[in-house]
Design a protein around this ligand. Structure first.
Ligand code: ARG
Length: 467
């Protein structure tokens, strides 16, 4: 324990210092104070206080004249925040104490009345919900921007052909529109998840007070309306102590990052000279300090990398909450940094991906060449035989031997003359070369949700309506 523990109370005592006879150890201040990061909640804290104040005055809990004075003070702090005039010293403990202290400095002791029928426990839950509500809406907007950009690319260049992969081996050809639609479907579900979370974030906890409600005749419905909440939390103990809405947000965020990471991985692969499918614009790449020829895909790499920290925040929060007894515990203060960092990461990654996709160039030739080599139409050839009457297992076998034969000669399937095909099975006919044409093969995959241009066009239209 440090020497300061034995110090007497300082000149500037804490707002809660009534029952204390010693000053806080400076180490404890640094360890327990959240103002270095929760200052971000200030505008939400003020909005919450203004709504609470209005209700207190309406209900006759505090005199209207005093409420007016408090309101003026709160609005002044709001102005100062907007003008960037505020600094947040560590000694102010947290954003809620900061506001009350500043208010007291401005209007005197009457400031203390704002805390009637309220506790920091319901206040902090309120602030975090208001903050998250705003940020989720922002994130949804940014994500919509990315969806629109992808949709544009899919509409304009959706006809380009590239290999589709399984096991990262060329498997079957697809059109680019189909590939991009796969991500658009994922992002559509991400939007749905975020909307779901938003619904459960948008619940008013204020009025729960410390944990058990209050003896004052408050009107929670009024406060909810004032702050745009759709519901009021039904149980005060739950409202001040659960953070499942944070976990849900982090989970939806982690899933979105997982999708971003997969997309980034493909961009990294596609921009390598091994694939050479895309060129990421210079504005979204960086160079090497030693190798002059290098142009590195740092942006998608970093998005892939940052996915780890959002996963980490989700696991961290789950662990923080585990085994917490009801109701508020200081552990809950650990909810904010993971949320702030995740929000910032998600917003940045979304904006960057949007910019990257707006400027990307496709290498049409290498994409199509890759789709033409490597026997990607082997399944189509087997299907051809099945349509002629063979059972699929037998057809699979015939085509397998054909692939081995072609491999030995350094041929593609379409290079094998009909006369030779017939030695593998007499059922082959002239029309086999249509089955082995890239474009007609793709038009054939016309099942619902398949890669045939007709299907993709329909799917793009549907998607456009949904975004
Ligand atoms: N800074 C605290 C937090 O972030 C605010 C609530 C504190 N409440 C309390 N009773 N100590 O969780």
């Amino acid at each position: 324990m440090s020497k300061q523990t034995s110090k007497k109370k300082k000149d500037k005592p804490k707002l809660w210092a009534g029952r204390f006879s010693e000053a806080t150890d400076p180490l404890v201040d640094v360890f327990t104070n959240s103002i270095p990061f929760d200052y971000r909640l200030l505008p939400y804290d003020l909005a919450g206080s203004l709504a609470h104040l209005k209700m207190l005055a309406r209900q006759g809990i505090i005199p209207v004249k005093e409420a007016k004075k408090i309101r003026t003070g709160l609005l002044e702090i709001q102005k100062e925040w907007e003008l960037g005039k505020l600094s947040f010293p560590l000694e102010d403990e947290d954003v809620h104490m900061f506001v009350e202290k500043r208010l007291t400095k401005k209007i005197g002791a009457v400031a203390g009345k704002i805390h009637t029928a309220r506790s920091r426990n319901d206040q902090v839950a309120l602030d975090l919900r208001l903050y998250l509500r705003d940020q989720i809406q922002d994130l949804k907007r940014e994500l919509q921007g990315l969806q629109k950009t992808l949709l544009e690319r899919a509409k304009n260049q959706g006809h380009l052909i590239l290999p589709g992969y399984t096991h990262l081996q060329r498997a079957q050809p697809v059109i680019l529109g189909h590939h991009l639609l796969a991500y658009l479907e994922m992002f559509y579900r991400d939007q749905q998840r975020l909307s779901e979370v938003l619904r459960r974030v948008n619940i008013l906890p204020l009025g729960s007070a410390a944990l058990a409600g209050t003896s004052f005749p408050i009107d929670r419905t009024l406060v909810a309306k004032e702050l745009g909440f759709e519901q009021i939390s039904p149980n005060s103990m739950d409202a001040v102590s659960d953070r499942d809405f944070v976990i849900e947000f982090l989970s939806a965020g982690a899933t979105l990052m997982m999708h971003y990471s997969r997309m980034s991985e493909e961009l990294i692969l596609w921009s390598s000279s091994e694939f050479d499918f895309v060129e990421i614009s210079d504005a979204f790449c960086t160079g090497s300090s030693i190798m002059p020829q290098k142009k590195n895909p740092d942006v998608p790499e970093l998005i892939r990398g940052k996915t780890g920290r959002v996963y980490g925040h989700l696991m961290g929060m789950l662990t923080t909450m585990k085994a917490l007894p009801l109701t508020y515990n200081k552990d809950l203060q650990e909810d904010k940094e993971p949320v702030f960092d995740s929000v910032e990461t998600l917003l940045n990654c979304t904006r960057l991906l949007c910019g990257l996709w707006s400027n990307i160039r496709f290498r049409t030739d290498s994409m199509e060449k890759a789709a033409e080599t490597g026997y990607l139409l082997a399944t189509d050839l087997a299907d051809y035989l099945v349509k002629k009457g063979l059972d699929f297992r037998r057809a699979h076998q015939v085509v397998g031997t054909l692939v081995a034969y072609a491999l030995k000669r350094g041929w593609e399937l379409k290079d094998i003359p009909l006369s030779e095909l017939k030695t593998f099975h007499p059922i082959f006919e002239e029309d086999v070369h249509t089955a082995l044409d890239l474009r007609s093969a793709m038009a054939e995959r016309n099942s619902q949700g398949g890669t045939a241009p007709q299907q993709v066009k329909k799917a793009l239209k549907e998607m456009e309506k949904k975004i």
